[in-house]
Design a protein around this ligand. Sequence first.
Ligand SMILES: [Zn+2]
Length: 259
Amino acid sequence: MTKSRTIRGVVAAEAALLVGAALLARRRPRAALVAVAGGVLAGWATFRPTSPIYGPVPARGPRDAPFAALTFDDGPGPSTPAILDALRAEGVRATFFVLGRQARQHPELVRRMRDEGHQIASHGYDHGILVWRGPRYVRGQLERAELAIEEAAGPGALTRVFRAPHGYRGPATWASVRAAGYRMMGWSRGVFDSANPGAGVVVARSAQALAPGCILLLHDADGWNPEALRDDTAAAIPGICAAARDMGIELVTLDELGA
Ligand SMILES: [Zn+2]
């Protein structure tokens, strides 16, 4: 299910709930109010990556230490080598939320992430959205990604950290992820590099977002289009690293950040 279909589905469910509540309101106004409040809260929580309604998702590290983390979702893809080159030139290690499907396409890049000291985490197998999905589907996404990543880079290459596609969750997501032995991870700020706004804009937004404990969301590929390029993101890395250095912030992996 695509992002837009998921959003339309939740909006339709909310609309149906409002109609039902309106019908109920004359006879049982309090019950109608509770239904509307619960429904609005559930809908809000679905699209709010760090809302605690569907379970706690860390979105930052400690604010009192001079560290922050760069995270890259959706790869590896065609721009991942340039991103790895830029990180290596800066001497910075980051965290990659890898898709299992992409690990099958580019196993050599997963090995390179491992060899260059980056943290490898899971973004699921094929970017399937979890909002309407039950435990079996969530477990399948995690297991298939795990198999692909470990076949590419060996056992132990994958850390048991998971970020849901778009951060969208449903009632079954958090417990299923925990039951599979993973912890969920969000982000402090996204810079919307997916829209390819130009490297200068990606640098400016990142510099504005960076702060102690910040987890920055970037993309080394595209969850829906495996051929899409993220050259703006690659070109922005020297500027992002320079901005962090100017602020006295060291860029580290998520495990090192302690998020
Ligand atoms: Zn994604």
